[in-house]
Design a binder for this molecule. Structure first.
Ligand SMILES: [Mg+2]
Length: 251
């Protein structure tokens, strides 16, 4: 048996888009309070699309090593305020208001991915040690897991800003392994990002399960990759991967 399972948070256990929208709406509300002259000509849906496009682009650049996740957290509020034209004269101040309001609200967002609680319950019952592994602020991610009622399943949370490295950097995984006192072959990583969760973990010597939530087509060279389409499949998939690992070990 694997001794532990590392599990990504966003879009693996917590549903990223609704959480993002909730924090975004709170941040726009705060902008309106702090700036009574704020003229919003676009619909909030259009503004959210712009915001999501900007943050999505910056986070995917971070996955390619162009920024750290900490830098992205500073960059996207500024670019959003600038491109939305919401605060021409007071852009710097409004960026700050938006950023802090978004973060404060983000710490309360906790929409679960279907089956998350059941999957964690089943894995814990089978005796696996569970650890969250995520790129973000530690205190915010722990607060979100707490609000979602799933923090207690985790023995510890490995969050990039606490660990000092972002996934997919192998040093993230090495530090996480050091903290739980396990070897790479005793742990399997589960996540929805091919780059940060799967390739990152594999480069650090861990097995990995790809959560293909949106049913993305997979390249043919990935045919041997462990893939699940829903969290209801996770427990059985971990078992299959254990058998495959044991077969490899006896070859
Ligand atoms: Mg994720």
């Amino acid at each position: 048996m694997y001794k532990a399972i590392f599990i990504d948070i966003d879009d693996t256990l917590l549903d990223y888009i609704p959480c993002c929208r909730e924090a975004f709406d709170a941040a726009i509300g705060e902008l309106k309070i702090k700036n009574e002259e704020l003229k919003i000509t676009q619909s909030e849906d259009d503004l959210f699309r712009l915001f999501f496009e900007i943050s999505g682009r910056l986070f995917s650049e971070a996955k390619r090593g162009l920024h750290t996740v900490a830098e992205v957290m500073e960059l996207y509020p500024a670019e959003f305020i600038e491109k939305s034209g919401l605060a021409n004269e007071r852009a710097e101040e409004m960026t700050d208001v938006f950023k802090h309001a978004f973060r404060a609200a983000w710490g309360n967002t906790h929409t679960l991915v279907p089956g998350a609680q059941e999957a964690l319950e089943a894995l814990q019952r089978k005796g696996y040690r569970l650890f969250a592994a995520s790129n973000s602020f530690g205190h915010l991610q722990r607060s979100r897991l707490q609000h979602a009622g799933i923090l207690h399943y985790f023995e510890d949370t490995y969050i990039s800003m606490d660990i000092g490295y972002d996934k997919p950097d192998v040093r993230f995984y090495e530090e996480a392994l050091r903290r739980c006192g396990l070897a790479a072959n005793e742990v399997i990583m589960v996540g929805d990002s091919m780059t940060t969760d799967i390739i990152g973990a594999q480069q650090a010597g861990l097995d990995a399960i790809y959560f293909n939530r949106r049913n993305e087509p997979l390249a043919s060279h990935l045919s041997s990759l462990a893939v699940i389409g829903s969290l209801a499949e996770l427990e059985a998939c971990v078992e299959v991967e254990e058998q495959r690992r044991n077969c490899r070990g006896h070859q």
